[in-house]
Design a protein around this ligand. Sequence first.
Ligand code: SN0
Length: 316
Amino acid sequence: MKLFSSVNDVKDVPALVAEALQLKQNPYAHQHLGKNKTLSLVFLNPSLRTRMSTQKAAMNLGMNVIVLNIDKEGWALELRDNVIMNGTTVEHIREAAGVMGEYSDIIGVRSFPGLKDREEDYSETIFNKFVEFCKVPVVSLESATRHPLQSLADLVTIEELKTKARPKVVLTWAPHIKALPQAVPNSFAEWMCRADVDFTITHPAGYELCTDFTKGAAITHNQGEALKDADFVYVKNWSAYEPYGAVTGGNEDWMLTNAKMDTLAPAAKVMHCLPVRRDLELSSEILDGPRSVVIHEAGNRVWAAQAVLKQMLETL
Ligand code: SN0
C-alpha cells in the first residue's frame, strides 16, 4: 500500500480488519519490518488518539517516529500556489513536504477542513499537496473529508464485539456548539457501506452528508425509527454540507440518553471517535455506563494503524 487516504485505497477490507485483529493478539511479531525505517507524523491540527496510537503502532513494528506539530512548532506554511510570499507565511508546502520526504520512509498528515470553501475542502488540496511533494507513502491522519484510520478502528471494533453475523449499525448526528468537519461521518459511512452490516444514518433535516459517501445506506430524519433494534450506535456531530459549514441550533433532543436506549435499542453498544463533549454530544450516564465502548474503540486505533503501516512497510 502506497497511500491510505480512504477505503478506496484498500484492496481487501476484510483482510485488513483480520490483520488488525491478528496484530492485537501478537503486536511485536513484525519488528524486523520497521527496523531503520522512519515514520513522520505531521499535524496541522490538534490530536490525542491519532498521534499516540499511530506512534505506538509504529513502535510495535520496530520503526522510529518523528512527530512535528507543524501548526505550533513549524514555520508558518504557505499552501497556495502563485502567491508572492510577502505576508506572514514563511515556507511553502512544496519545500516543506519535499524536505520531510527526505527524512521519512512514510509520512502521516493531519489537515482539517477550513469549512468555508467546500470545493477547496472536498478536493483535498492540502493533503494532496503533501502526497505530491513528499514523494513517499502517505497515511491520512484525518484530512478535510475523511478519517480512514478511525473508520478502520471502528470496523475492527464492530467485528470484535458483534453478536450476530450482520449487525445493525446506526450513525446518529449529535448536538454540538461548534461547526465540526464531516470527515468522521463521511468516512464511517463510506466504510460501513463497504462492510457486511445493515447500515442506517439519522440526522435532523439540513445535515445531509455528501451522497458520494452514503451510497447503500438507509437515511432517515427520524432518530427513534433509526435506533430501533440497533446493535451499534455511532454518535457524532457534524456541520452541514449545504450550506457548507452551517450549524443550526435547536436539536438538543438528539443527544442519546439511557431512557432512549432502554426503549429503542437496549442491547446496543454506543461508539464515538472522541473527543466527546459530555452532556452536550453524549450523556455522561451513557459514557460511564456499560453500553459505552468508546475506550475500547480508541484502544483499537493502535491495531488499525499497525495493520496499515505493516502493509505499507511490506511494499517499500
Ligand atoms: C474533530 C472532528 O473531525 O470532529 C476530530 C475528531 C477525531 N473533532 C473536533 O474538532 C472536536 C472539537 C470540539 O471543540 O469539540
